[in-house]
Design a protein around this ligand. Structure first.
Ligand code: NAD
Length: 515
């Protein structure tokens, strides 16, 4: 009997008892800089011909580790290992599969500070963001474990005289799991554990910006007793291993989270039937966003300013749910701007090993250059109100940047930048605001600040996003509290951390026995 699921509480780093082990874990990982990590295929540690380095974006000469650059031969080896393991794993008692997730959650709690340290050094998360990510991964393990206990037994059907009727959910086969780098623990853990607990075997290909976090997860699942070949950990370029495996005839499903461009390419490739393929590949793709906060004339402006600042610049704006547009009623626009800019100027930027820095670096040089290019576009499209520059240091640091007077259809109001850049857009009343809210191709998250009940209800109907919030920020969804996933070009309408998520990794088999 397991206790009901509840979200994992966060660590309070103002307490020395939490601060000290976190500092020790950071030092321990720094002491391992430059280590080489293997692939993990069919229960064996395997090396490739070449490796690549994962670096610390806050101190770019520091190498978190060298990781294997898997090629097509190794991708095929991983596929064969996953196919072989599937024949046993699919028939494992669902309670045993669930138990492995619950055990992994417990090991993750024990290794919590190591996991946090990984995200502080490899992705530049601040301590609270890293800890929230770790807690979310634990939540996925706990929640999906319990969900399997619910979905594992035969499901209810209407009794029919003279027959015994059953509906069982069974596994799909070998899945390719491709997570992004920005929630390098939570999303990787959630996507992988959902696929595994439902009886599938997987090839996990992490982002090349966050392979260390996949390494930790692999270690934890091994310790939790996952049989060989169920999780095959394959680092390397997305285009080689990823494309080969997406097109592979034995790939049964692909679980992807990342950009719209890569997601659409995967959907297109997976839709083509390969020679020898006997099924239609299932693709769950969770993609980008251009999320916004709508500030009504009847909003609590102070609360809206705080919500926008935190949602726009938390983790350097590199969340799929980050607020990159604030749409403000023209009647409160000046007041909002006058309060927002000093608030944003308070944000501290630098290496997040030092807790005095709230914002760390962006993930890599490409992201830095791409953002600087968008900042130039922003200068032409509106008024630079604060930021716009790089910040000194040996990393990819950028000031939190705000542009005012941006037209609703400007490029920086429509394209995902995925960085600390916020566009302020004026609207003429609430209906015009809602029109602008829905004017991009995305539909992931959004929030509305208003005290007006009629407007709140209207927004609930018309604000077309998968995750909508009222009078709070648009980031920070919790597992099974706010199941997460967006509409339109933000993805395939799935809800990670929701009660229908595991069904995406299974198929229903109806059995009728006459007697
Ligand atoms: P990305 O699309 O560049 O990469 C995602 C993953 O795809 C990585 O593991 C990458 O190695 C792999 N990949 C790259 N090319 C590939 C190919 N041709 N075939 C197969 N795999 C390939 O995205 P990213 O930069 O890692 O993450 C940021 C993006 O993810 C943003 O757009 C963000 O909005 C989105 N995101 C969405 C959600 C959501 O829940 N909707 C959550 C987090 C991030």
């Amino acid at each position: 009997m397991v206790l009901p699921y509840k979200p994992e509480p966060y660590k309070d780093f103002s307490k020395e008892e939490n601060r000290k082990p976190q500092l020790d874990a950071i030092a321990a990982l720094e002491a391992k800089y430059g280590a080489t990590y293997p692939l993990f295929i069919g229960g064996k540690e395997v090396k490739a011909k070449e490796t690549f380095a994962s670096i610390n974006p806050a101190d770019k000469d520091k190498v978190i580790g060298h990781f294997q650059k898997a090629d097509v031969d190794l991708a095929e080896q991983a596929m064969q290992a996953a196919l072989e393991a599937f024949e046993e794993w699919r028939f494992y008692d669902f309670r045993e599969r669930a138990n492995i997730l619950l055990k992994a959650a417990q090991i993750s709690r024990r290794r919590r500070y190591d996991i946090n340290a990984g995200m502080i050094l490899e992705e530049g998360k601040n301590w609270l963001e890293a800890d929230a990510d770790t807690a979310e991964g634990i939540d996925f393990l706990e929640f999906y474990g319990r969900e399997m206990l619910r979905l594992g037994p035969n499901q209810p059907v209407t009794p029919f005289p003279g027959e015994n009727n059953e509906l069982r959910y069974i596994a799909l086969g070998v899945g390719l799991v491709i997570p992004p780098w920005n929630f390098p623990w939570a999303i990787l853990v959630g996507m992988s554990s959902a696929a595994i607990v439902t009886g599938n075997t997987i090839i996990l290909k992490p982002s090349s910006d966050s392979p260390y976090m996949g390494q930790i997860f692999t270690e934890i699942m091994r310790e939790a007793g996952l049989p060989d070949g169920v999780l095959n950990y394959l680092t390397g370029p997305g285009a080689i291993a990823g494309e080969y495996l997406v097109k592979h005839p034995k790939t049964r499903f692909i679980s992807f989270t990342g950009s719209k461009e890569v997601g659409l390419r995967i959907i297109e490739n997976a839709a083509r039937t390969a020679e020898g393929q006997i099924w239609i590949k299932r693709v769950v793709a969770e993609m980008g966003g251009k999320d916004c906060i709508l500030v009504d004339e009847e909003a609590d402006v102070d609360a809206a300013v705080e919500g926008v600042a935190v949602a726009a610049f938390g983790f350097q704006g590199q969340k799929c749910s980050a607020c990159s547009r604030a749409i403000i009623d023209e009647k409160v626009y000046d007041e909002f701007v006058a309060k927002l800019i000093p608030r944003v100027k308070q944000i501290t930027v630098g290496p997040t090993t030092d807790t005095a820095n709230w914002m760390g670096p962006v993930i890599n040089e490409k992201a830095l250059k791409n953002t600087l290019a968008y900042i130039e576009i922003g200068k032409k499209e509106g008024k630079l109100l604060t930021g716009g520059n790089t910040v000194e240091g040996n990393g990819f640091f950028l000031e939190p940047t705000v542009f005012g007077d941006i037209a609703w259809d400007a490029r920086i109001a429509k394209e995902e930048i995925f960085a600390p850049v916020l566009a302020l857009i004026k609207c003429k009343g609430f209906d015009d605001g809602l029109r602008i809210v829905n004017s991009t191709e995305f539909g992931l998250t959004g929030a509305v600040f208003t005290q007006d009940r009629t407007k709140i209800e209207k927004a609930k109907r018309l604000f077309h996003v998968g995750n909508m919030y009222v009078n709070r920020k648009c980031t920070g969804a919790l597992v099974d509290v706010q199941p997460f996933g967006g509409f339109n070009m933000s993805g395939t309408d799935s809800k990670a951390g929701g009660r229908d998520y595991l069904l995406l990794f299974m198929q229903g088999k109806s059995i009728a026995e006459r007697f």
